[in-house]
Design a protein around this ligand. Sequence first.
Ligand SMILES: Nc1ncnc2c1ncn2[C@@H]1O[C@H](COP(=O)(O)OP(=O)(O)OP(=O)(O)O)[C@@H](O)[C@H]1O
Length: 363
Amino acid sequence: MLELDVRRRQGDFNLDVRLSAGPGVTALYGRSGSGKTSVINMVAGLARPDEGVIRVDGRMLFDSRAGIDLAPEARRLGYVFQEHRLFPHLSVRGNLEFGERLLPGSERTQSFDKVVQLLGIEHLLDRRPARLSGGEKQRVAIGRALLASPRILLMDEPLAALDPARKAELLPFIAQLARQFGVPILYVSHSMDEVLRLADTLALMDGGAVAASGPLESLMGDPGLRPLTGRYEAGAVIAAVVAGHDAGFGISRLAFDGGTLIVGRSELAVGAKVRVRIHARDVAIAIEAPERVSIRNVLPASVVSVAAADAFLVDVVLACGATRLWVQITALAQAQLNLMPGMRVHALIKALTIARGDVASVD
Ligand SMILES: Nc1ncnc2c1ncn2[C@@H]1O[C@H](COP(=O)(O)OP(=O)(O)OP(=O)(O)O)[C@@H](O)[C@H]1O
């Protein structure tokens, strides 16, 4: 568990950050210049706060009042940066063992074989970094960081330098890390796709501070946070479980607290836990349940809130069981339906609007 409460002035920029990151992946998300890398650097010991405390698992890494400021190598943290920073003169094995050798055997919590196997780098062990692809180098960099048995893994845009195909190749590995190795991850990104795929907890950074933090699902579905989560990303993220497939019709059923969602065929196994992104613009609202309609998802819901997003667009939040759905309708539709909190309605979601990329495994 990382706990951070720090202030730092750098040039004209003021950082004032309170953040805690527990098990799983905590994503630091925010626009360029909001202070994400500065936070990572302070945790890592590469930038010194003017004032405050940084603790990991109760151990003080920095405390301005007590004069504690542990050197980076004494902090027991793993770092993976945008560029891999591998040692060019060492083989992959040599690079991996370097991370391991930093610690006495009794303090090593990660197994070389398990790390190598999970990252799929067995066949690369004798190669030098110059003979690896960008994605392979990043996998080795992650392996090296893990083998130092860190209490927390800091990842600063680890996929930013990779092309889309390499990114897609690496994402499942990163998604497995926190779960398989039990190491909390603080993950900096300005890609919402990565955040949706990886993060359990979201910390939204703005102007040097954490403007909001909490479970990904609750922050993403909050229209009030749209200036921070991004207009294009407007939509809810809901937790579900793959309940079944119908190969004949090419569809899958996802069970969530609020009903069953029919989506295009997913490759994931029955029972897999997933996170589903439902774009606000892809949901419609009907006062009465329509009959003989092609839309497969007609979910009973109640209106939680109605608020103008701008002159022509209205944000509606619906409760569907314990799940919140965010819906965008035109101001014209609102003028005619007159939706109000508490009203019983139906949320209509076309199965086809939920693309394969919108259903991410979180197992
Ligand atoms: N050493 C420094 N001295 C002065 N100002 C700095 C220093 N490092 C960063 N800054 C400023 O602090 C602010 C935050 O920078 P930071 O790199 O933390 O943002 P970021 O959110 O990680 O951005 P990006 O997504 O572009 O990497 C920026 O305005 C930057 O110009």
